[in-house]
Design a protein around this ligand. Structure first.
Ligand SMILES: [Fe+2]
Ligand SMILES: [Fe+2]
Length: 177
């Protein structure tokens, strides 16, 4: 046994207590209830993004509509994957994912804006990504070393949102250039 561990006997003893809590051990440092609440906000954010991208996908028309619509659809699928990963993590932490449509928009960080033209839609999606990027970055700081698993999950999602924002800004440049 490595000397870096505090007390392996104590760890072994503690592991046998509260086994119903699964992966949540006594060493879990974050405030579980708070983490679950904040992850439910992330879940709402992702779901609102799914709905907004889907709306934009179905409403795409005009020049370049096909390639832009394909991008919207791909983003919608990736936001859905993020929502599923977050819901899974909430359950792992002993919480319940809030999938209620009631209050979904107000739990979400990003907004649901339909937009009229294709350019409007792309801009609204870009704004939503930028909101997610900033709020997720703050959450990552908050999780820090208190909950490394949630932090890593949020880091992966953040990287994907940055990719989305880059895709959208390229589309805007392609259309104006
Ligand atoms: Fe996402
Ligand atoms: Fe995104």
């Amino acid at each position: 046994m490595g000397e870096f561990l505090s007390d392996i006997k104590a760890i072994r003893r503690r592991a046998r207590e509260h086994i119903d809590q699964g992966p949540i051990t006594e060493g879990y440092k974050a405030e579980r209830e708070k983490v679950i609440a904040v992850l439910n906000e992330v879940l709402a954010t992702e779901l609102v993004c799914v709905l907004r991208y889907k709306r934009h996908y179905f409403m795409s028309k005009g020049l370049y509509a096909e390639s832009v619509a394909a991008e919207f659809l791909e983003h919608a699928a990736e936001e859905q994957m993020h929502a599923d990963q977050i819901a899974q993590r909430i359950v792992q932490l002993g919480g319940e994912p809030d999938l209620s449509p009631n209050g979904l928009a107000s739990r979400s960080h990003s907004e649901y804006v339909e937009g009229q033209s294709m350019v409007d839609m792309i801009k609204e999606d870009l704004v939503a990504e930028r909101i997610a990027i900033d709020s997720y970055r703050e959450l990552i700081d908050y999780f820090g070393d208190q909950d490394p698993t949630t932090r890593r999950l949020m880091e992966q999602i953040l990287a994907k949102e940055e990719e989305h924002a880059e895709d959208l800004v390229s589309l805007l440049q392609a259309r104006s250039g």
